[in-house]
Design a protein around this ligand. Structure first.
Ligand code: PLP
Length: 409
């Protein structure tokens, strides 16, 4: 396997260059899949071990108080809040993105009982659509999940819509919706706006409060680097705290969990989004991982992300025949990933991975490359395109072993 110790002029003066040392990345790998599973921050294993051995091992049940486990969901929520433009007290970490969507969608629909339409788009991630279908069927009140093409969302917002349920960045193409504009349109039509930040949180600065989003959810294991299956998060704008109630009425969302009342009484504020006992070890990994962002200027992060993506597009288009850009060309309309279409995309990605360039594949024909400015350099981009160009020129992808699909693509 090659090691890539080249340098690139655009890396000189990179204010985030030192951040790469904060991550454990295997030698010989160019990791362009941080949008699917973020890399391991180097200090996380020791932190998790400390939580296991000292906090769990020694403090035992006392650790809920003495080590602040009981505050973890809110504490992590506020840390994420800085990255997504949410003032403290509006986010809790926990559960999965899918589960959190169920909660906020149910809460949002209950705020608009006279309306029956959930508006989303065909570029949304399937789990979001499935959760909406499941909730619709469970409610049995005649709700409709209305799907339009991503570019038609703005015009489809009218006074029939109860809730807009939009993922800001398209998982396949990286296309980014205008949060401020769509939220304003939803409000003008009297609808509630839910945003899924799975491919946004930690990828660029999000402005939930400033855009007046009503609810949001997002993922802990993508750009936030919380580890496989990391807890997700859920945001409820403060103006809804008195009235928004989600239906998974677990004891942690009760107003007084340790009163052990027989009847459920929702907690005030965002605590009502909690359900049951959180996975403390996974929460500890996420909390530690978030420290990497503490001194990161999100404007610099975004600038580097744009620079990496633009370099990648330029290099691929000039050297890699057969690949067709699937992402918007205009950086303002993109998240932090670049996708190309290639008919044998799966085999191509397998060939790349075999040479140490890790991206992923999304059916039917998309090869997807995530650019995480914390640990990817411009030199990595050039080295990755060198390998990609070579694989295409030699048709190295055209081998049977690269065409057998694994369960996870
Ligand atoms: C990754 C992703 C999810 C993941 O949901 P899980 O419950 O963590 O499996 C949900 N929605 C979107 C838009 C995603 O990109």
């Amino acid at each position: 396997m090659t090691t890539h110790i080249t340098s690139h002029p655009l890396d000189a003066g990179d204010p985030l260059a030192a951040k790469r040392a904060a991550f454990d990345l295997p030698a010989g790998v160019i990791y362009l899949d941080g949008n699917s599973l973020g890399a391991l921050p180097a200090h996380v294993p020791a932190r998790v071990e400390e939580v296991v051995r000292t906090q769990w091992g020694t403090s035992l049940i006392r650790a809920w108080n003495t080590h602040g486990w009981v505050e973890m969901q809110r504490r992590i929520g506020d840390r994420i809040g800085r990255l997504v433009g949410a003032a403290p007290g509006q986010i809790v970490a926990g559960d999965s993105t899918s589960i959190n969507l169920f909660k906020v969608l149910a809460a949002a629909l209950a705020l608009r009982p006279e309306r029956k339409v959930i508006l989303s788009d065909t570029g949304n991630f399937p789990t979001d659509l499935y959760m909406a279908q499941g909730l619709r069927d469970l409610l049995g009140q005649g709700h409709e999940l209305r799907l339009v093409a991503p570019e038609e969302v703005a015009d489809a917002i009218d006074e029939s819509i109860a809730v807009t349920m939009i993922t800001q960045v398209d998982y396949r193409t990286g296309r980014r919706h205008d949060m401020k504009d769509l939220t304003a349109r939803a409000h003008a039509a009297g609808a509630i706006a839910i945003w899924d930040l799975a491919h946004s949180a930690g990828a660029f600065q999000v402005e939930l409060d400033a855009c007046q989003a009503d609810f949001a959810i997002g993922c802990g294991y993508k750009y936030l680097n919380g580890g496989p299956g990391a807890p997700a998060f859920v945001y409820v704008a403060e103006r809804h705290h008195a009235t928004a109630v989600q239906p998974l009425a677990g004891w942690h969302g009760h107003d007084a969990p340790f009163a052990f009342d027989l009847d459920y009484r929702p907690a005030h504020g965002v605590d009502q989004m909690k359900v049951g006992t959180p996975p403390v070890l996974s929460m500890a990994a996420l909390e530690a991982a978030l420290e990497v962002f503490d001194d990161v200027d999100m404007t610099a992060l975004r600038a580097k992300s744009v620079s990496l993506c633009e370099l990648f597009i330029r290099e691929v288009e000039s050297r890699c025949e057969g690949l067709v850009l699937a992402s918007p060309r205009n950086a303002d309309q993109r998240g932090s990933q670049v996708s190309f279409r290639f008919p044998e995309g799966y085999a191509l990605m397998q060939a790349l991975i075999a040479r140490g360039v890790i991206g992923d594949f999304r059916a039917p024909d998309i090869v997807r490359f995530g650019f995480t400015p914390l640990y990817v350099s411009h030199a990595d981009v050039i080295a990755a395109v060198d390998i990609l160009a070579d694989i295409l020129a030699t048709r190295a992808w055209d081998r049977p072993e690269y065409k057998t699909r694994a369960k996870v693509t």
